[in-house]
Design a protein around this ligand. Structure first.
Ligand code: C2O
Ligand code: CU
Length: 436
């Protein structure tokens, strides 16, 4: 891999964060906040190892920042976009220049890291092409999954009885800070009655880049009569594994290759598993197809975490850690306080930083003491979970437990939080500072 270049960047992009009308389907639009008037925002693309410069102009009535979700930003903590932590937020009317190395390769995304702005649609795909892909494919398509929330985002209180909570119905009327109910599921900004077409040619292989940009919904994705060969998670490559469906939590990404062997037009179904919102849909559309949709069957083999085996050598993450930290995830009534979400009993910003030292192999043992799943995301690093290298992982509801290992090899102050935006906003976050 070439040395990163300094001086002139290899790729330059200009973004302006603005209020704009967002068109979601056949004539339906609402007033959202976007980059360059587009939703999803313009794709930013580079080849791994390149230097990327993005200038953002803030035309919003509030301050903003951009976080490059998936970039490790080696030596570039100041480019991480966390307001009050890695930079001062960009005031209305001001500009800010972000510059970073495109590392690692993969399907990533960028989004505002201020308040609930992510749920106003300030987000877009960030694609870093690998120099030597471990899989073969002919074409690719990026699918950005999101909730349709045509109103202003605000924290609401839910009972935790939504779909997928499995048996915790009621909870004695306890309240959990949650997202407002969404009005539908969007794929690349379109509702199911005006689906995004994904064109394929019979006999070809298409690489789907899946990004869950939703603030709260975990989705299950599957395609009628087609298998998904999962090839990457959160950027890093995995040994290809064939499944019928996969679950993707807020902030997570998966790449899957689909072999186009059954001519026709088939639904790509995106079903929220922790919300009662209706499913989203795109169409896998073969070149010779008449356009009539055949529903087909979506099988029951769902991807498990244990199916994921990183291609990268994980040796540095193995063995006994230098430091092990136990983190309890709780909130609402379970945590004793009705209006916040906590990590280790503390709600950010009134929470201690997690202290670690540079060079350490760190282990987090997360235990979920709430009925809701928490997609936990670590900035500036990838971590090992099971046998996979990821940056965001769902800690299942109820007594779910997940252990992650990472190496503190990138000094700075890094954010660690739940990517359910409304959980983060009500306390489920910590800072992890360490110096050289
Ligand atoms: Cu995708 Cu801290 O975020
Ligand atoms: Cu959460």
């Amino acid at each position: 891999m070439p040395e990163p270049q300094y001086g002139d960047p290899d790729r330059e992009y200009q973004l302006s964060a603005t209020e704009s009308d967002v068109m979601v389907a056949g004539g339906e639009s609402y007033n959202g906040w976007t980059y360059n008037g587009e939703y999803p925002g313009p794709e930013i693309r580079a080849v791994e190892g390149e230097r990327v410069r993005v200038t953002i102009e803030n035309d919003l009535p509030e301050e903003t920042t951009i976080h490059w979700h998936g970039m490790v930003l080696d030596g570039d903590n100041a480019m991480d976009g966390v307001p009050g932590v890695t930079q001062t937020a960009i005031e209305p009317g001001e500009e800010f220049v972000y510059e970073f190395d495109a590392e690692p390769a993969g399907t990533h995304w960028y989004h505002s890291h201020v308040g609930l702005q992510l749920d106003r649609e300030l987000l877009g795909p960030l694609i870093i092409e690998e120099r030597n892909p471990h899989i073969e494919y002919d074409t690719e398509a990026t699918l950005v999954l999101d909730e349709y929330l045509p109103t202003e985002p605000r924290v609401e209180t839910s009972s935790g009885t939504g779909g997928g909570m499995g048996g915790m119905g009621g909870m004695g009327g306890s309240g959990f800070p949650d997202a407002p109910p969404a009005e539908g599921t969007l794929i690349n900004g379109r509702l199911p009655d005006d689906p995004t077409p994904v064109d394929v040619e019979e006999g070809s292989r298409i690489r789907l880049r899946l990004i869950n940009a939703a603030a709260a919904a975990t989705y299950e994705i599957g395609i009628g009569d087609h298998e998904l060969v999962v090839t990457h998670t959160d950027g890093p490559a995995v040994e290809p594994v064939s499944v019928d469906t996969l679950e993707i939590g807020p902030g997570e990404r998966y790449d899957a290759v689909v072999e186009a062997r059954s001519p026709g037009t088939w639904p790509i179904r995106v079903r929220p598993v922790n919300k009662s919102t209706s499913a989203g849909r795109a169409l896998l559309d073969y070149d010779q197809s008449t356009g009539d949709v055949t529903e087909g069957e979506i099988g029951s083999r769902q991807l498990r975490l244990s199916d994921l085996h990183a291609i990268d050598d994980l040796d540095e993450y193995r063995g006994e850690p230098d430091r092990t930290i136990d983190l309890t995830l709780s909130g609402g009534m379970m945590g004793g306080d009705g209006d916040e979400w906590t990590i280790g009993g503390q709600a950010y910003p009134d929470a201690d930083p997690i202290s670690i030292e540079e060079g350490e192999h760190v282990r987090f043992r997360m235990a979920n003491r709430s009925p809701m799943r928490h997609p936990m995301h670590l900035h500036g690093h990838h971590f090992v979970v099971g046998d996979a290298l990821k940056d965001t992982v769902i800690v299942p509801g109820h007594m779910g437990e997940i252990t992650i290992d990472f190496v503190a090899d990138n000094p700075g102050t890094w954010f660690f939080h739940c990517h359910h935006l409304y959980h983060m906003e009500t306390g489920m976050a910590r800072e992890i500072p360490y110096e050289q």
